[in-house]
Design a protein around this ligand. Structure first.
Ligand code: SF4
Length: 342
């Protein structure tokens, strides 16, 4: 929902200013799905707003629910016909998290990522980014799903720091108490390692969580897996992390997708330990080991028991590490699987 456009339409219709607050409350807190849904508005105003302003920046094209009911993936069609995917996850009984996209496609080209295979089409607007959260709030209301959606991770399609301004505006809107009202600590932004973005983020959003898609602590291998490593190699990344935690005193999550025979052996774990120790106080750096989700790429998943072994190596070196629970694999809604298929 674009509130400036709604405000302009209200002014054009000669409506009093408190109508905007009513719409804002209905849309963001009560998850109304259309102007027609907002009963406190006079019927003629509902009609003129419906005719003049789009309530949402996209329309639902397709929705899938995982077999265990803990993950849902929606394909949303934007006004120019392009599509993005967004995911709703229920990691525990009362918690809901949405994984949102910031771009249509992605230019970074990580070799294990389905989105990376698409290339970049365009950045999403701030409204298109936040409407994904609004979409899930509306969905939860329609489906009478218990609990509240107030965790957001920017880990869908796209590199958030490649469209920093759009993402920054969307973050301000998510944190705005008058609209989404989501706490900064409930929001995470994940980057493939664009150092200038990390530096700006530390100044602009010191309370928002940062995640780094690391995947290897060896420059040659990381350049192969995450090609942006060529521009921002590990030494620069490590310094950016040190500066980030020194400035924010916030924990950073290091994402590490385990790829069989590529980055999952003992020497890879050792390099990772060295990288973490060089990048800040170990209590502020947490490694998330991710079991790879098969995509249309040549990579293979590390079996779970090997992932546990890799984790033990990190733990015994004093590094905080978890093996991440992966929801939504069966609907291609898990990490690295988002693309307009399925
Ligand atoms: S993992 Fe993230 S940064 Fe890499 S290609 Fe996929 S969407 Fe882009």
């Amino acid at each position: 929902m674009n509130l400036s456009r709604v405000a302009a339409a209200l002014a054009g219709a000669g409506a009093p200013s408190y109508r905007l607050d009513q719409i804002r409350r209905a849309a963001f807190s009560e998850a109304a799905s259309s102007f027609e849904d907002i009963a406190v508005l006079p019927a003629d105003l509902r009609k003129s707003l419906s005719a003049g302003v789009a309530f949402m920046s996209h329309a639902l094209e397709r929705l899938r629910v995982s077999d265990d009911g803990r993950a849902r993936k929606a394909l949303l069609k934007l006004s120019d016909g392009k599509v993005v995917e967004t995911v709703l996850l229920r990691p525990s009984v009362s918690r809901w998290t949405t994984c949102i996209s910031s771009q249509v496609g992605c230019a970074i080209g990580c070799t294990f990522c389905a989105t990376g295979l698409m290339g970049l089409s365009r950045n999403l607007t701030p409204e298109e980014i936040t409407d994904q959260v609004l979409f899930w709030r509306q969905y939860m209301r329609r489906e009478s799903l218990p609990g509240r959606l107030d965790n957001v991770v920017y880990m869908g399609m796209g590199e958030p720091f490649a469209c920093y301004d759009e993402v920054a505006e969307s973050l301000r809107s998510l944190m705005d108490q008058k609209s989404f009202g989501i706490g900064a600590r409930h929001i995470s932004v994940s980057t493939s390692g664009l150092v200038p973005g990390i530096e700006r983020f530390a100044d602009d959003f010191p309370q928002v969580n940062l995640a780094l898609s690391l995947h290897s602590a060896d420059d040659a291998l990381r350049t192969k897996l995450v090609p942006v490593n060529k521009a921002y190699p590990l030494a620069r990344l490590s310094k950016a992390l040190r500066d980030f935690v020194a400035k924010t005193n916030r924990k950073v999550f290091l994402e590490y997708v385990l790829l069989r025979g590529e980055n999952d052996c003992a020497s890879d774990a050792e390099k990772l330990v060295d990288f973490v120790k060089a990048s800040g106080p170990v209590e502020l750096l947490h490694v998330n080991l991710i079991i790879f989700n098969q995509t249309d790429t040549p990579h293979q998943a590390t079996p779970e028991e090997n992932a546990r072994q890799f984790q033990s190596r990190l733990l015994s070196a004093g590094i905080h590490a978890t093996v991440r629970q992966n929801l939504g694999r069966d609907i291609q809604g898990a990490c690295g699987q988002l693309i307009a298929h399925g």
